[in-house]
Design a protein around this ligand. Structure first.
Ligand code: SF4
Ligand code: SF4
Length: 475
C-alpha cells in the first residue's frame, strides 16, 4: 500500500546535515459532483442514517419518548425495553457485535463503513451539498475562493456558513434529545431557558459537526481516524477494494474519440483526471491502493461515465480484489472467494453473539432485586424467643405498568416474613423496602445459614426473581 508523500523542504544546516520538514500545509480539496450507481448508494445511506438519527427521538411510545437515554435517572428506554445500569452486559454485547460486523464487512468489502455510513462521510456529503447549492460546483467554488472580496462573495460565504451553523446546531439539539426529552428541550430552546449542560452539549456537538464536516473533512479520515491505520490488518488478497486496472489503462493519454486503441498504442485511460477531481480525499487511485482511500466509489462512477462517452467498456476503475486483478478472475469467481475461512469465522461468531443476545433479551425478567443485609442489626431476639434478621430489598420494576410483588422466604424450617409481605412499585421505578425475617427458637444451630427470597408479581406469574442471602443465628 503506498501513500502520498507530503511536500518536504530541505535546508542545509551544515555541510552534511540536512533538515527535512515533514509538515505539509493542507491543499484545499474541491470535490467535483458526481452521479452514478455508487453515488446513489451513498445518498441512500445518507437519507437512511439521517432519517433514523433525526427522527428517532421524536417517536412516542407508551406516552413517553420511544428512545431516551436518561442518564440522570440511570435508565435507558428503547421502545418497550427499559434498561438499568445492571443491564450493562447488553451494551457490551452491542459493542462486540458492532466491532465484529466492522471486521466482517471490512474483510469482505474493504472500507464500506467509511465510504457509505461513517458520520464523517455522511455529514461531509451534506455540507458539500449545501456548499454546492450556495457557491456552485467545483470550478465555480475555486473561482470564488480565488476572487477578491466583493458583496457577492461575502453574501455567498455568509449564507453558506449560516446554513452550516444552523444544520450543526440542529444536529447538536438532536444529539442532546437522546439524553433529555426532546420535546421539552425544543420548548426550552424556544423559551431561551436551556440548562448549562444542555447548552454546552448542543453547542459542542453542533460546532464539532460544523468544524469536522465544513472544514476538516478528509483530514479527519487521513490524520485523526485510527480505523484507517489498522484496516490493512483486516484486508487480504480477496478483499474487495476500489482498484484501477493498470493493465488495461496504461499507457494513458489524451486521444480522439474515434482513435483506434490498437494503432495509437494507448490504454483505456484518457488521462482526464476526473477520478482525481471527484475524490473527496484528493488522491489519484491510478497510483494504487492508498490508505487515504475511503472506498466511496466516486472515481468508479465518473470513470464509467468517461468510458461510456469514449465507447469503451466500463470498469477501468472498479471494485475488485487483488487476486481478481492478478488472475483476471470473473466477478463470480471473486464472490466465491468471499466465503473464505476468515470470513466464515467472523460470520459464525457474529451470528452466535447475535443469537445469544437476542435470546437473553427475550428471556430477560423485567424485575431486578438486590438484597442487602441490615448492617446495623445483624440478628436479634424478639417476642417468644424468635430470632429476627433485617434486610433491605431494592426492587426495580423494569415494566411500564405499576406492579405489586409478593415476597416470600425459604431455606430454614418455619422461616417467615414478619413485615409487610408485599410491595408496590410504580412503572420503571426502584423502591427500597426493609424486610424483617424471623425463625422460631431452636430452628438451627448458631451461625450463618443460606436462605432464598422469592419475589413474584401478583399480576404476571412469569415475573419472578430468586435472590440468595444468609440468615444469622447468634450464640
Ligand atoms: S477518470 Fe478514468 S479515464 Fe479519466 S483519468 Fe481517471 S482513470 Fe483515466
Ligand atoms: S480513490 Fe476513489 S474510492 Fe477512494 S476515496 Fe477517492 S474517489 Fe473514493
Amino acid at each position: 500500500m503506498s501513500s502520498q508523500v507530503p511536500d518536504s523542504s530541505a535546508a542545509a544546516a551544515g555541510d552534511d546535515d540536512v533538515v527535512v520538514s515533514l509538515y505539509a500545509s493542507r491543499q484545499k480539496i474541491y470535490p467535483r459532483s458526481v452521479s452514478g450507481l455508487f453515488s446513489k448508494w451513498r445518498w441512500a445511506l445518507v437519507w437512511l442514517t439521517q432519517i433514523v438519527f433525526y427522527g428517532l427521538p421524536w417517536l412516542e411510545w407508551n406516552a413517553r419518548q420511544g428512545v431516551l437515554f436518561d442518564l440522570e435517572a440511570r435508565r435507558f428506554y428503547i421502545f418497550g425495553l427499559v434498561l438499568y445500569p445492571q443491564d450493562f452486559i447488553y451494551l457490551t454485547g452491542l459493542l462486540v457485535i458492532s466491532a465484529l460486523a466492522l471486521f466482517l464487512f471490512t474483510a469482505v468489502a474493504g472500507r464500506l463503513w467509511c465510504g457509505y455510513a461513517c458520520p464523517q462521510t455522511v455529514y461531509t456529503e451534506i455540507y458539500l451539498w449545501i456548499e454546492k447549492k450556495v457557491e456552485g460546483d467545483r470550478s465555480a467554488r475555486m473561482r470564488l475562493d480565488q476572487s477578491a472580496l466583493s458583496l457577492e462573495k461575502f453574501g455567498k460565504k455568509w449564507l453558506k456558513h449560516f446554513l452550516w451553523v444552523a444544520f450543526g446546531l440542529w444536529t447538536g439539539l438532536t444529539f442532546v434529545g437522546y439524553f433529555t426529552p426532546i420535546r421539552e428541550l425544543g420548548s426550552a430552546v424556544l423559551a431561551w431557558d436551556l440548562g448549562p449542560w444542555q447548552t454546552f452539549w448542543i453547542f459542542f456537538y453542533g460546532f464539532a459537526t460544523y468544524g469536522n464536516a465544513g472544514f476538516l473533512r478528509e483530514q479527519v479520515c487521513k490524520y485523526m481516524c485510527p480505523y484507517a491505520r489498522f484496516q490493512s490488518a483486516m484486508f487480504d488478497k480477496d478483499t474487495m477494494i476500489v482498484t484501477y486496472d493498470e493493465k488495461r489503462g496504461e499507457p494513458r493519454g489524451a486521444r480522439s474519440k474515434k482513435a483506434d486503441l490498437k494503432t495509437i498504442g494507448l490504454g483505456s485511460c484518457v488521462d482526464c483526471t476526473l477520478c482525481v477531481q471527484v475524490c473527496p480525499t484528493g488522491i489519484d487511485i491510478r497510483k494504487g491502493l492508498q490508505y487515504e482511500c475511503i472506498g466511496c466509489g466516486a472515481c468508479i462512477d465518473v470513470c464509467d461515465d468517461v468510458m461510456d462517452k469514449m465507447g469503451y467498456p466500463r470498469g477501468l476503475i472498479k471494485y475488485s480484489t487483488q487476486n481478481g486483478i492478478n488472475n483476471n478472475w470473473t466477478r463470480a469467481q471473486m464472490i466465491r472467494r468471499g466465503l473464505r475461512p476468515r470470513v466464515l469465522v467472523y460470520a459464525g461468531i457474529l451470528l452466535a453473539i447475535c443469537v445469544a443476545l437476542g435470546v437473553s433479551l427475550f428471556l430477560r425478567t423485567p424485575l431486578k432485586v438486590d438484597v442487602i443485609r441490615d448492617r446495623g442489626a445483624l440478628a436479634r431476639m424478639v417476642e417468644q424467643g424468635r430470632i429476627e434478621n433485617v434486610y433491605r430489598l431494592q426492587v426495580m420494576n423494569a415494566t411500564e405498568v405499576a406492579q405489586t410483588y409478593q415476597l416470600s422466604v425459604s431455606g430454614l424450617p418455619g422461616i417467615v416474613i414478619a413485615s409487610e409481605p408485599s410491595v408496590e412499585v410504580r412503572p420503571t421505578e426502584v423502591r427500597s423496602v426493609a424486610v424483617r425475617v424471623q425463625v422460631p427458637p431452636g430452628t438451627a444451630d448458631s451461625g450463618s445459614h443460606p436462605i432464598h427470597f422469592e419475589i413474584q408479581s401478583t399480576s404476571d406469574k412469569g415475573i419472578r426473581v430468586d435472590e440468595k442471602s444468609v440468615f444469622l443465628i447468634p450464640r
